[in-house]
Design a protein. Structure first.
Length: 451
C-alpha cells in the first residue's frame, strides 16, 4: 500500500563518504526462474539475474508486515557493483531527494519532495560532485516528476508534476533559478493515496503523459456501476477504468503540452511511479508498484511498456487473468482483456524511478538497457528490493529478465541504510540515483575491468 513509499529520515552518520567496492562474484551460469527467482536481500548481488514468468506465480496467501528501520551505515558496509564499476556519493545533505532528471546541458534537477522544492546541481569538471548547487523553484506541494520541453537541446520550459497539479517555469539552458513564476498547466489532479506524479513528453512533443497512482490498495471505494453505466463510463474513460473515488486513478493520463485534451491513456496500472520514453522506439514505459496483502510472493511489481488503450488489471486482476480474490466474480467481462506486463519484479520490491541508458561510458552491453530503482519491501516477511536493477532488453524488446546492478543497502532483516528512488543518466554517461534514507545522490561510473 502507500506505506511502501513513505519517507524515512536517517541519522547524520549516513552522510559519510562511501566508495563501494566492485562485486567479485561472477554472474550466475543460468537465469533464476521458478521458485529460485524469489529470494531476499541475502541472495542479491551484481549479476544475479531473475525471470519471474506469469505461469510461475504462487496461489494467493497472507502477507507479513515488516517495515524497515533506517539506520546509520554499519561499519564496513559497502555498496556492490559489477566488476569495472565504482559507486560513490555525488551529492549529500539533501532533503528527501526523490525523482531526478538531467537537463540537456548536463545540470541535474532533483525533486526534494518533502521540502517542496526543485534543486539544480551543476556537476564539476570531473562530473564527480556538484560545482554549483541552487534552489530552482520552491513552495510546491510534494513535487516529483520533472520534464524539459520542448524535447531537444534547447528547452524553453521546466515542467513539474506536483501531487495535485502540473506547473511549468520558463527556462533556458544554464538557468539555476526559474526565470519567471510558475504557470499552472493542469490545475487539478486526484490527490490523496499514492502521492507521486511523474511526467514525460512523447518524442514528437505533442503529448504530455502524467502518471496517477491509486487511492487505495484494492479499490475498496472504486465505485460500482451497472452494466449500462459501466459501458458508458469505459467509453469515456477507457477499458477497465475505475470510478467513484478512484476516478482517473491507477492510470496514465495524457494531455497536450498546454494541459488540454485530457484523457486516460491506459488503465489498471496501480501505481506507475516512474515513467520513461524508450529512445529507439518512442514507447512509453512505467515502473509500477502492485497491490499488497496477497502473500509474500504475490503479485509481482513490474516494469513495462504501456500500450495506448490497454488495461493492466488493477484492481480486479493481476498478470493477465489472475483474479484478485477480494474482487471475485466482480468483472468477468475483463478476464481476457488484461495486458500482461513485460518484466515482472519480485513482489513488494517497490520499483520507483526508471531510465534508459543513453550514454557511452558503460560497456556496450548496457547501452539501450533500462535501469530501475527498487525502494524496498514492507509487506513481506523477508526483505527485498533496496537496490538498482537492470531491465534486460534484446534488440529493444524486454526479455522479462532483470539483473541486480547496485546492491548492499540492507543491514540485516530489520534494518536498511538506504532506499533508492530516482535514476538518471548524467551527461558524462555515469548513472545517478537518489536515495531518501540518507538523503544522498549516488554516482555509478565505469573505468574498465579490474578497476
Amino acid at each position: 500500500m502507500m506505506l511502501r513509499c513513505a519517507v524515512l529520515l536517517a541519522s547524520p552518520a549516513l552522510l559519510l563518504a562511501i566508495a563501494g567496492a566492485a562485486a567479485q562474484t561472477a554472474p550466475p551460469a543460468a537465469v533464476r526462474t521458478g521458485p529460485a527467482a524469489y529470494g531476499d536481500w541475502r541472495t542479491d548481488a551484481p549479476g544475479v539475474r531473475r525471470h519471474i514468468r506469469p505461469d510461475d506465480l504462487p496461489p494467493p496467501g497472507t502477507s507479513a508486515s515488516a517495515h524497515a528501520r533506517v539506520v546509520s551505515r554499519p561499519a564496513g558496509a559497502e555498496l556492490q557493483v559489477p566488476p569495472g564499476f565504482k559507486v560513490a556519493p555525488f551529492a549529500r545533505n539533501l532533503s528527501d531527494p526523490r525523482q531526478l532528471r538531467v537537463a540537456p546541458n548536463g545540470d541535474v534537477f532533483v525533486a526534494e519532495s518533502g521540502a517542496g522544492r526543485i534543486r539544480v546541481l551543476r556537476p564539476n569538471a570531473a562530473g564527480t560532485a556538484p560545482g554549483e548547487n541552487a534552489v530552482f523553484a520552491d513552495d510546491l506541494a510534494y513535487p516529483f516528476g520533472i520534464a524539459f520541453y520542448p524535447n531537444g537541446d534547447n528547452p524553453e520550459w521546466v515542467y513539474v508534476a506536483t501531487t495535485g497539479s502540473v506547473v511549468r517555469y520558463p527556462y533556458r539552458n544554464g538557468d539555476l533559478k526559474a526565470r519567471g513564476p510558475a504557470q499552472t498547466i493542469v490545475a487539478q489532479l486526484p490527490t490523496g493515496g499514492h502521492s507521486t506524479r511523474d511526467i514525460v513528453f512523447s518524442p514528437d512533443g505533442t503529448r504530455m503523459f502524467v502518471s496517477v497512482g491509486s487511492l487505495s490498495n484494492v479499490s475498496q471505494g472504486g465505485g460500482k456501476l451497472g452494466d449500462l453505466a459501466r459501458r458508458q463510463w469505459e467509453t469515456e474513460h477507457g477499458l477497465g477504468a475505475t470510478a467513484g473515488n478512484e476516478t482517473d486513478r491507477a492510470t496514465v493520463l495524457v494531455f497536450d503540452p498546454q494541459g488540454q485534451n485530457r484523457r486516460n491513456f491506459a488503465n489498471g496500472v496501480r501505481n506507475c511511479v516512474g515513467m520513461a520514453i524508450e529512445p529507439a522506439t518512442g514507447e512509453l514505459w512505467c515502473s509500477t508498484n502492485e497491490r499488497d496483502g496477497l502473500g509474500d510472493n504475490l503479485p509481482p511489481d513490474y516494469v513495462t511498456r504501456i500500450r495506448e488503450g490497454a488495461f493492466y488489471g488493477w484492481p480486479w486482476y493481476y498478470v493477465g487473468a489472475n483474479e484478485d480474490p477480494r474482487h471475485r466474480g466482480a468483472r468477468p467481462d475483463l478476464a481476457g482483456k488484461v495486458t500482461v506486463p513485460d518484466t515482472l519484479i519480485q513482489p513488494h520490491s517497490a520499483p520507483l524511478g526508471m531510465t534508459f541508458y543513453t550514454g557511452a561510458q558503460f560497456p556496450a552491453e548496457y547501452r539501450g538497457q533500462a535501469f530501475a530503482a527498487l525502494h524496498g519491501s514492507w509487506n513481506r516477511a523477508k526483505r527485498t528490493g533496496y537496490k538498482i536493477v537492470r531491465i534486460v532488453l534484446r534488440d529493444g524488446v524486454p526479455t522479462g529478465e532483470y539483473e541486480d546492478f547496485v546492491t548492499g543497502f540492507v543491514a540485516d532483516d530489520g534494518a536498511v541504510w538506504g532506499r533508492p528512488v530516482g535514476v538518471a543518466i548524467a551527461k558524462d554517461g555515469s548513472l545517478l540515483f537518489t536515495e531518501d534514507g540518507n538523503n544522498t545522490i549516488w554516482r555509478v561510473s565505469y573505468s574498465g575491468a579490474g578497476q
